[in-house]
Design a binder for this molecule. Structure first.
Ligand code: FPP
Length: 241
């Protein structure tokens, strides 16, 4: 039986990861530019992040920009970067009030110096908070994360700080961007696509995936509740009988 809180509502997973997909299609349906879809998606992010906090989710990880998204038009990329900066600035203002920790998964070196500074400031200023953490995947690719981790371990070996035989899954995890963050129990992908698109391949080895037909800008707290209910209907065995 799934655990329930005092309101008879199913307790949420500790860590939910979301692929915020469908912004472009949402805009196209309305005859709007793709950037308008991302702006609507940004508002959904805010609503869902607040809702997650209110129901007790401890970690929320969102796919904001992938290593493959650089293939998009310059206009769309710069629109997305501006939006990210806007939400980070706002998030920073609310951070102290809500005690939210911000972390960034991905290779930030390719971002503009201003955006990178915003990310680094948000990360260091919020490092003292442990109640709720939002992980932004920015210029993130799962394979890239694993390669960077492997390179960093190899550098430690070359410097005499580690030995190849020391490497375990647990130790390798400490070289990943997600170091110290428990694996997501639930991954949600709205928009009808059914693939993981290089999102947290290491961390989601045993996650439950819920694919939904709603486009991200239309995604509501009720959709999140539905995904959590679906998660509770699954029988998680972790390879056991
Ligand atoms: C995928 O939809 C979405 C993205 C590539 C960007 C997600 C970014 C936001 C929601 C903006 C703000 C983010 C934060 C964290 C504040 P798509 O463009 O691939 O949609 P499509 O598949 O319908 O074309």
């Amino acid at each position: 039986m799934a655990l329930e809180d005092t309101n008879n509502k199913l307790l949420p997973p500790k860590h939910i990861a979301i692929i915020m997909d469908g912004n472009g299609r949402w805009a196209k349906k309305r005859g709007l530019p793709r950037t308008a879809g991302h702006a609507a998606g940004g508002e959904t992010f805010r609503t869902i992040a607040n809702y997650c906090r209110s129901i007790g989710v401890k970690y929320l990880t969102v796919y904001a920009f992938s290593t493959e998204n650089w293939k998009r038009s310059e206009e769309e990329i710069s629109g997305l970067m501006k939006l990210l900066a806007k939400y980070l600035r706002e998030g920073l203002r609310d951070m102290e009030k809500n005690h939210v920790r911000f972390r960034f998964f991905g290779d930030l070196s390719r971002l503009s110096p201003e955006l990178r500074k915003l990310c680094e400031d948000a990360q260091s200023r919020s490092a003292q908070y442990h109640e709720v953490t939002v992980n932004f995947c920015l210029n993130y690719g799962g394979r890239d994360e694993i390669v960077r981790a492997a390179r960093s371990f190899a550098e430690d070996v070359a410097a005499g700080k580690a030995k190849p035989e020391m490497l375990t899954e647990q130790l390798f995890g400490t070289y990943l961007d997600s170091e110290g963050v428990p694996d997501p129990e639930l991954v949600i992908r709205p928009s009808g696509e059914m693939r993981i698109s290089n999102f947290l391949p290491w961390q989601t080895a045993y996650s439950e995936f819920v694919f939904m037909n709603v486009l991200w800008p239309d995604f509501t707290p009720a959709d999140l509740d539905a995904a959590i209910e679906e998660y509770h209907r699954r029988n998680r065995r972790f390879g056991g009988a």
